[in-house]
Write a protein that binds this ligand. Sequence first.
Ligand code: NAP
Length: 276
Amino acid sequence: MSNVQVAVVTGSNKGIGLAIVRALCKQFHGDVYLTSRDPSRGQAAVAQLQQEGLHPLFHQLDIDDLQSIRALRDFLKEKYGGLDVLVNNAGIAFKVHDTTPFAVQAEVTLKTNFFGTRNVCTELLPLMKPYGRVVNVSSMVSSSALGGCSQELQQKFRSDTITEDELVQLMTKFVEDTKKSVHEKEGWPNTAYGVSKIGVTVLSRIQARLLNEQRKGEHILLNACCPGWVRTDMAGPKATKSPDEGAETPVYLALLPSSADAPHGQFVSNKTVKPW
Ligand code: NAP
């Protein structure tokens, strides 16, 4: 088993994820895994970084596929005995003018952004080593979508005692409510992406609390963040930040020094803790 430290970035064959891998290759003392659901897109991205003189490693990972997540988990356990840095970056968003029915957009978006990310956490968080760092890439849209929720839902999503099961029930209810076209009546905002990212931010708050309760003394720090508005296939060419600039906050959180005990369980944007 290798004593080398190891970092994994989900959805890193392009966009912000690729830029996070680039930065980690330069700054992280250990092996950095670029992962992609499609091996050929992943290998092409590895080759691109190799041309820049960097040496990421590759592992397949589709966060919608539990078998794929578990194969990565077993590989990390066997080769490294755990994991030091996990960046949950993989995500999807329908374009604003996409005509796919809203209920389908809700199901598909929540499947990857919330349920897929949660499955990665369920399988990989137990592997985190002391002083491990976990970064869940959410979005400022989670904050604005929270503001668009009913008071009752806002109270639940801001609660310091909400459980992961309760959060899963709420995310499932959103998808079901869209199918019945009652989501707005039920207090949800009209954004599937926004609700999926509420899920990611609240999940991060819950997971940080569980780390405090169950793994106190291991100094693991876990946060959600927004990368900013970044020029990628998702956000388009008019966005204000380059992918490398978008990687800055996630990488800052991924590389918090071992002396740091904060931020933890926070929502961070521009390297600053934002109110939730
Ligand atoms: P992007 O260019 O569309 O890249 C998304 C990445 O996620 C791609 O590598 C994609 O792989 C991967 N992915 C999607 N579904 C996956 C799955 N099931 N399993 C594994 N990988 C999967 O988007 P981006 O702008 O870099 O976004 C990265 C993250 O930042 C997302 O979580 C996004 O919500 C968040 N974010 C972005 C912005 C922005 O302005 N760009 C703002 C706020 C938050 P494929 O190539 O195979 O599709």
